[in-house]
Design a protein around this ligand. Structure first.
Ligand SMILES: [Zn+2]
Length: 122
C-alpha cells in the first residue's frame, strides 16, 4: 500500500512521506524542491485540470489571469493560452471542433504545449 504524491504524481511507499507530507500529499523528495518549483508544478496541474473540466469557470479565469503574470514562463504561457481558449469556447463540448473552425492557431498551440492531452484526459 502506497501513498499518492500530488507533486510528482507517483504512488510511493509510506516511508517516503513525513507525517506532514502524508497530510499534504507531498513526498519527502518533492518537499525538498524549491517552493517556486513546487508551486509551478501545482499550477500546471491546475491548468491541465481546467482544460479537462466540462467548462472553464469565472473562478478558474480569475486564477488564470493571476498566473498569466507568473514569473514562471511555462505557467504564464499555459495560463494565457487557456484564457484565450476560454474566450472562444469555455465549454469542453465541441471545443476542438470550434477551435479548428475559428482559431486554428489556438488549436496548434494546444498541440505544441501538449495541453491538447489535458482536453482528452478523462
Ligand atoms: Zn513526490
Amino acid at each position: 500500500m502506497g501513498h499518492y504524491c500530488r507533486i510528482c504524481g507517483r504512488t510511493r511507499p509510506n516511508e517516503r512521506f513525513s507525517g506532514k507530507g502524508h497530510k499534504t500529499h507531498v513526498c519527502k523528495e518533492c518537499a525538498r524542491l524549491p517552493k517556486e518549483q513546487r508551486l509551478a508544478i501545482e499550477r500546471m496541474e491546475d491548468i491541465w485540470g481546467f482544460m479537462n473540466q466540462s467548462h472553464i469557470s469565472k473562478k478558474n479565469l480569475t486564477a488564470l489571469r493571476e498566473w498569466a503574470e507568473s514569473d514562471d514562463a511555462e505557467v504564464a504561457k499555459l495560463a494565457r493560452l487557456v484564457i484565450e481558449v476560454s474566450e472562444v469556447k469555455p465549454h469542453k463540448r465541441r471545443r476542438l471542433q470550434v477551435l479548428s473552425e475559428k482559431r486554428p492557431d489556438l488549436l496548434e498551440r494546444l498541440e505544441e504545449t501538449g495541453l491538447i492531452d489535458a482536453h482528452h484526459r478523462f
